[in-house]
Design a protein around this ligand. Sequence first.
Ligand code: SF4
Ligand code: SF4
Length: 225
Amino acid sequence: MNEKIDVFIINTEDPFLGDVLGCDIRIIDPQATVADLMDALDGFAADHLADCKGCDGCCQERAPLLSADVPALARMLPCDTAWPAHAVVASFGLLRIDDGVSDVMLRRDADGVCAQLDLENRCCTIWPQRPFVCRSHFCLPRSFLLEQLRQDIANLGLNELTRLLLAEEANGAPPLDGVWLSERLKGDDYQPNAFSGKSDYHDILLKDCVDLELWKELCSERKGC
Ligand code: SF4
Ligand code: SF4
């Protein structure tokens, strides 16, 4: 059990299934980090859920890549590079730019399944290094608060990854998939945030990822069932 974050079972409502069990969290220690969140969710899954190593049940949904996912994925690459964000996106990612907004996600095959999924054995081939979005998902509905926290973290990390890609391009990185990001994006739209300068999820405080209202709710006394 993670001492900084409590993850517990709740009764909730699923739009398709009706009343079901789900999970919620309460932040106990204001110094809790994104790494604590992943650790607490891992512990909860180990205690309450069937073993999961990835499958085509959810490994075919959009999974954004975040800046703090880059170091672990970069260590899997065959050689060092001066532009790790570019190298990771080129190897594992898919870049889309629509209306001046970038999206970077895990690459998927023609059927929409994550390229890192071993379909025959139904398991993730990069399980220990899988990105935050994969690590914070499991087969149980999440409370509104937990989902909001997860989305806020993902949005910040994705924005920071775009900022890193622009910075690497300014330092000489080649175009990604033939696209010069600086020609399609406005650098001012990607300002530093809680992920900036942090390459490790242990260094990113949850309280820096959310607004005050959500933070108070995440820390408020709530009970599971
Ligand atoms: S969480 Fe996703 S990958 Fe894991 S068992 Fe459920 S559907 Fe499959
Ligand atoms: S990285 Fe692994 S866990 Fe994440 S979507 Fe791909 S196969 Fe699934």
